[in-house]
Ligand binder design. Structure first.
Ligand code: C5P
Length: 235
């Protein structure tokens, strides 16, 4: 059984290098995230190749549209056999509830999570959008809306995890990118946390790209991260 906290982000433009990496990984030691670029290039058949290899797939397409359209897209994703998928919380309650109902009616039921405020947006950007709350407050507001619409969790920055965990309770999944193992360069990520820090702050799953995908030995990089997470505190 897969009880890994690590979701490896397949940030590739094409199927071939993505599959080259995947053949070096173990489906019991990680899950995989496929986003808009790779999905648009490689399509649903690629997702099936990953699920056929027994990988859990997080389909990161961030659906945002009218409720009926999002519900149908969620059903299509569930039919592909993905493990988790997401929508934009700013699509509103009716959109999220329609997504929830669509997943509940599917024969295969992935986790359904939401994106609150994109981490690329600042307080100033929100003002331009007519939102006067701070990013922090708006993230919390949308997290609460997500939970009350019956979704399973949210994607959030590791810096927000402890506050969100406190407000949202134990059963709400928190998925965090921006993770860097101790001693690894932060690349273009502005605020990073180590895997151990993010897990102890309350994160359920860590989205990790380059520290695994750019490693000479990706499986070893994964195992090292797993070991780092499992070291008892103070150990
Ligand atoms: O290589 P790296 O570990 O930085 O990759 C992180 C992954 O998580 C990328 O796919 C990136 O787009 C995604 N992500 C992120 N920050 C967010 C949301 C998603 O880094 N706020």
């Amino acid at each position: 059984m897969n009880n890994s906290h690590i979701i490896v982000s397949l940030d590739y433009a094409e199927e071939k290098p993505a599959l080259e990496l995947v053949t070096q990984l173990d489906p019991n030691k990680c899950r995989l995230k496929v986003g808009k670029e790779l999905f648009t290039h490689a399509g649903p058949r690629f997702i099936e190749k990953l699920t056929d290899k027994d990988f859990d797939v997080f389909l990161d397409l961030k659906f945002h549209d009218i409720p009926n359209t999002v519900a149908r897209a969620c059903s299509a994703a569930a039919d592909l056999g993905v493990w988790m998928l997401n929508v934009h919380a700013s699509g509103g309650r009716a959109m999220m509830q329609s997504a929830r109902e669509a997943i509940d009616k599917s024969s295969h039921q992935p986790l359904l999570i939401a994106v609150t405020i994109l981490t690329s947006l600042s307080d100033q950007d929100l003002i331009e959008l007519g939102i006067t709350s701070s990013v922090e407050d708006q993230v919390l507001r949308l997290a609460e809306l997500t939970k009350s619409a019956g979704l399973d969790g949210i994607v959030c920055s590791a810096q927000e995890v402890s506050r969100l965990r406190m407000h949202m309770g134990q059963n709400f999944k928190l998925i965090t990118p921006g993770i860097r193992p101790a001693g690894y360069a932060s690349d273009d990520q502005k605020r990073v946390m180590t895997p151990a820090e993010a897990i102890s702050a309350g994160s359920d799953y860590l989205v990790i790209g380059r520290p695994v995908t750019q490693s000479e030995n990706p499986l070893q990089a994964l195992l090292d991260i797993e070991a780092e997470i499992n070291v008892p505190e103070g150990g």
